[in-house]
Design a protein around this ligand. Structure first.
Ligand code: FMN
Length: 387
């Protein structure tokens, strides 16, 4: 029976994949052609159903989770059962990080992006999808419940699977002027640090006016200084250890700017760098009717640039700061490639709705196969070996 649900690390289709791609996906995609958020909300609903049903949870645990000691890894002081996490932007309201996401096999979840103030984001439609390009366009604008509500939700919903790590992505509220950005992030750190396993400072979303200016040298230095201090002070005041705090980069910066960012990250001893957020570039999007001047693209059109930025960072840092690779990862082969290019951990988002519920299991089984084929005993041994 297990074999029906398991391709043993090959690229053969599983039963779950056949049903999803043949029956479920065509219907959901057809119903959300002009607004992919309909499909996104449907997916969230299914995950909420899954986590609230004991039987469904037990079935998911059996058929969607792939545990293997080869994946167990410690990065920036946290233990991960596997290195493949769900990227920020899926669980913006902290609805499914505790059950639905880990029950689909993800090793960690990054909730948010959360801002100091709750906000509705941009008007819909603000999410579009292209099956042909294997891509999502989004101009969500940080719709989220605000730091206070997110902290309450997280405090009352610890993850059901032990060992599943939950990071919180932090951004700036739309109403806060860019000159006061640091206070906005600091408030969110003070409010959310206790509930988070790690904190990711998002200065790279294209959908909040001026946000990416925070990647400029002086602004970035001041912001990181304030965030690091808030992290240490909050932990000391509440008697817990400071959370690993890292940043998420845009793929649209020049090598010079990225090198400057790296030097500031070194100075402040950030715990990790995530590469990358969505792209404002429209290369690889030919024939897809999306706005040229706003919003970000994820999935396959982003893949090559996300890999370039990762490689640049790995070469600059040589393992000094752990890296999380994200952008266009859609298979176990992609996952393996990202690790060998220098990623200690990998995230994905766009591929999930295209690939279906057993995406993570298939990718991990394939990763385990590739690691063993190439003589690695442990995933951490493969990091950066292609460079
Ligand atoms: C609909 C959508 C919403 C997103 N929202 C956020 C967000 O709130 N914060 C953030 O840091 N990244 C956000 N992202 C970017 C993803 O975390 C990720 O960096 C990007 O999509 C590239 O990965 P992928 O190609 O696997 O999707 C979002 C992406 C999508 C598609």
């Amino acid at each position: 029976m297990t074999r029906l649900f398991d391709n043993g690390g090959t690229n053969k289709m599983t039963i779950i994949e056949r049903i999803y791609k043949g029956l479920v996906r065509p219907r959901i995609f057809a119903a959300s052609v002009n607004d992919a958020e309909i499909a996104h909300l449907w997916g969230l609903k299914q995950l909420e159903r899954l986590q609230s049903s004991r039987i469904a949870s037990a079935l998911a645990e059996r058929f969607l989770v792939h545990a293997d000691p080869i994946f167990e890894t410690t990065v920036f002081g946290l233990k991960f059962t596997n290195p493949f996490g769900l990227a920020a932007g899926y669980d913006k309201y902290c609805q499914v990080y505790w059950g639905g996401v880990p029950l689909c096999g993800w090793g960690f979840t990054e909730v948010g992006t959360i801002t100091m103030l709750d906000q509705p984001g941009n008007p819909r439609p603000r999410m579009l999808r292209s099956l042909k390009h294997r891509a999502i366009y989004n101009a969500m604008g940080f719709n989220n419940p605000g730091a206070g509500q997110a902290a309450l939700t997280m405090a009352t919903n610890p993850p059901v699977r032990s060992g599943s790590v939950v990071g919180v992505s932090l951004g700036k509220s739309a109403k806060t002027p860019i000159t006061q950005a640091a206070q906005d992030y600091v408030y969110s750190i003070e409010t959310l640090a206790e509930e988070a396993d790690y904190l990711a400072i998002n200065v790279s979303s294209p959908n909040t006016v001026g946000l990416r200016q925070l990647q400029q040298l002086d602004a970035f230095n001041n912001l990181l200084s304030a965030c690091m201090q808030a992290n240490v002070m909050t932990a000391a005041k509440n008697m817990f250890t400071p959370r690993p705090l890292g940043i998420k980069l845009s793929p649209n910066e020049t090598d010079e700017t990225i090198a400057d960012i790296v030097s500031v990250c070194r100075k402040h001893k950030v715990a990790f760098i995530i590469a990358t957020n969505t792209t404002t570039n429209r290369e690889g999007c030919d024939g897809w009717d999306i706005p040229a001047d706003r919003g970000g693209v994820s999935g396959q059109p982003l893949k090559e640039r996300a890999k370039e930025v990762l490689v640049f960072l790995r070469r600059e840092l040589k393992g000094e700061i752990p890296l999380i690779g994200v952008g266009g990862v859609a298979s176990g082969d992609d996952l393996y490639e990202r690790i060998t290019l220098g990623a200690d951990l990998v995230q994905a988002l766009t591929a999930w709705p295209f690939e279906g519920p057993d995406f993570v299991k298939r990718a991990l089984k394939r990763l385990a196969f590739l690691l063993r084929r190439d003589g690695f005993h442990h995933v951490s041994e493969a990091v950066g070996t292609a460079l």
